[in-house]
Design a protein around this ligand. Structure first.
Ligand SMILES: Cc1cc2nc3c(=O)[nH]c(=O)nc-3n(C[C@H](O)[C@H](O)[C@H](O)COP(=O)(O)O)c2cc1C
Length: 201
């Protein structure tokens, strides 16, 4: 089986990078293949052009899609699962990943007459500075899940799983206490990507 990883963090000096490494280790040990789009390293363009906007907002049917968008769509349609790994920025994904959705989830691919493959699974591995208690206090965790699972993924995958690695702010002692437990979870998620179906999307 093959996973397509969309990784989005500006620095390799990060816990999020360790999550990627642990996940990939588990995935490889389970005998699966993967492809990784490291959005910052690729310098993926995330602002829509005016032409792209007019096409996706149904003003025009042209232009045809840009090569970088087509390449990402090809990676999705060549995979069995998609995995997003990123830190929470202001209760969302980093702008770079949000822009990736704006351009890659295009008309005629993710909506309209869809050509996007129905993937077996989508997995979100999300690092957060705040504790789960704090994220739940004002419904912030639910807000993130609602947007990702209820909008971006809606009816586009068979199963989804949203994992938050919480308390990872450099200013919290929980960063140290949660470190190994979180990385063990990331590794296990790689090992079991294609054998567990926790939540029906
Ligand atoms: C611009 C910015 C916004 C952030 N917003 C949030 C947030 O809304 N909620 C939260 O829990 N953590 C937030 N964080 C903390 C990051 O999620 C945290 O740095 C990351 O999960 C763990 O650090 P590392 O992977 O960079 O080591 C934010 C960090 C930055 C830089």
């Amino acid at each position: 089986m093959k996973a397509f990883i969309v990784y989005c963090h500006p620095s390799d000096v990060s816990f999020t990078r360790k999550v990627l490494d642990a996940f990939v280790k588990g995935l490889a040990e389970a005998g699966h293949e993967y492809e990784n789009s490291d959005l910052y390293k690729m310098n993926f363009k995330t602002d829509m052009s005016e032409q792209e906007y007019l096409r996706d907002a149904n003003y025009r049917t042209e232009p045809t899609l840009a090569a970088d968008v087509l390449a990402e769509q090809h990676k999705i349609n060549s995979a069995d699962a998609i995995v997003f790994i990123y830190p929470v920025f202001w209760t969302e994904a980093p702008a770079k990943l949000v822009g990736w959705f704006d351009r890659v989830w295009s008309h005629g691919f993710a909506y309209g007459t869809k050509t996007m493959k129905m993937l077996d699974k989508a997995l979100f591995l999300v690092t957060a500075g705040n504790t789960l208690q704090r994220l739940e206090q004002f419904g912030l965790l639910n807000a993130m899940k609602t947007v990702m699972l209820g909008d971006r993924l809606f009816n586009r995958v068979k199963h989804s799983d949203f994992v938050v690695f919480d308390g990872m702010s450099k200013k919290l002692t929980s960063r140290e206490t949660n470190w190994h437990k979180h990385l063990a979870t990331a590794y296990a998620k790689g090992k079991t990507l294609f054998t567990t179906t926790e939540e029906i999307s």
